[in-house]
Design a protein around this ligand. Structure first.
Ligand code: MG
Length: 382
């Protein structure tokens, strides 16, 4: 059975991997819409190759370039953030894959679910910021979320055929990032290029920095909370440096299921797009005889304060996780621009949670305001 899809953020790392999956499943997946933030030439190249009905690009200058380049084609070109949101509301696709980066991904997820479109979700920030809103809308429209994040894809696969009250614990694994063995005294000397060297996964810059601070694992705890309907104290983080076990679920009878695979995002992307079926792939397979060992350790919560912070905001509820998320988006941006040291990312995140205007049940307008507030936060203008 053929499926039509849209890809938000098609020029980024997840977007490009998704198009590789589309090529692997030629005849099964058809791309209808693509969007990008500012990579005009890559978007044009993708549009020429996959012939979508429409594309959208956020940046003004890039919009002009894409419009000119595609002027002789039948492909419609939309511009601005509104263009991306409009693509998200188009309900003539079977699945929308949201691979946007950071808070900017939240509104398109909400709009898609509102329009009854199933979402393959790579943008974990959507659920971190607006989990309550999104789950409410899912119930109303019947739209589904298919996790793309490798850990959540693993848990989802482990939960297949299980009943909710059988779950005892969700065990999220994480590689520990590049600074797992570094002492905290050396954290102030970490450079951007140190932080961009992830030991096992090849990813976009934002998530690579989030992995280095382990904020990524914290955000994934919150994401798991909204996806799987468990209590905060049922979600545990375990460090597994080899990134072969992508996560596990322990059941009340003591049985544990794990999902394994090489660290390759094409595997969870393809599963989210073919669900509930599986399709063959041509990716590299695990050679078990070459795996020397799989090891596990506790995360160091003093060194990686962002993990504890995620548990704390989940306990506080309301707008606290959203405040953490917008602060982190901007702290990471400022670190990448060389404006703040690595060690300050977690400090800014903590401060933002304390200082923001707490709301018990934030609506979309409030969350969009918070997104703007986050941008001012790090530059010190509050
Ligand atoms: Mg992940």
């Amino acid at each position: 059975m053929k499926k039509t899809i849209s890809i938000l953020g098609s020029t980024g790392s997840i977007g490009q991997n998704t198009l590789k999956v589309v090529e692997n499943l030629k005849g099964f997946l058809e791309v209808k819409y693509l969007t990008a933030a500012r990579s005009s030439s890559r978007l044009v190249e993708q549009a020429n190759k996959f012939q979508p009905e429409a594309v959208a690009i956020v940046d003004d200058q890039a919009y002009n370039e894409v419009r000119d380049a595609l002027s002789g084609s039948k492909i419609q070109v939309l511009g601005g953030r509104e263009g991306v949101v409009e693509i998200a509301t188009r309900d003539d696709v079977d699945v929308m894959l949201n691979a946007l980066v950071g808070s900017a991904g939240m509104e398109p997820t909400i709009r898609a679910i509102e329009a009854g479109v199933n979402v393959a979700l790579s943008n974990k920030e959507s659920l971190v910021m607006a989990g309550e809103i999104i789950n409410g809308l899912k119930e109303k429209t019947g739209a589904e979320i298919y996790p793309v994040d490798s850990e959540h894809s693993a848990i989802w696969q482990c939960l297949s055929g299980e009943v909710p009250d059988g779950i005892s614990r969700i065990i999220l694994t994480g590689s520990g990032g590049p600074f797992r063995t570094k002492s905290i005294d050396e954290f102030s000397k970490i450079t951007v290029s140190d932080a961009l060297k992830h030991p096992t996964w090849e990813m976009g810059k934002k998530i690579t920095i989030d992995s280095a601070t382990m904020m990524n694992k914290g955000l994934e705890v919150i994401e798991a909370y909204w996806l799987f309907g468990v209590r905060t104290n049922q979600i545990e983080v375990v460090i597994h440096p080899q990134s072969i076990i992508h996560s596990m679920v322990e059941f009340v009878d003591g049985s544990v299921k794990a999902q394994l695979g090489l660290p390759d995002m094409k595997i969870p992307i393809q599963y989210a797009l073919t669900y509930p079926h599986r399709q063959p792939s041509s990716w590299e397979e695990i050679d078990f005889s070459s795996l020397e060992m799989l090891t596990f350790e506790k995360p160091d919560l003093d060194k990686f304060r962002c993990v504890q912070l995620a548990y704390d905001v989940l306990e506080q509820g309301g707008s606290a996780p959203a405040a953490l998320n917008v602060a982190n988006d901007n702290a990471v941006k400022f670190f990448l621009e060389g404006k703040i040291p690595f060690s300050q990312i977690s400090t800014i995140n903590e401060m933002a949670v304390q200082k923001h205007d707490f709301v018990k049940h934030p609506d979309l307008d409030y969350l969009l305001e918070l997104e703007e507030w986050g941008k001012r936060l790090v530059s010190g203008d509050w």
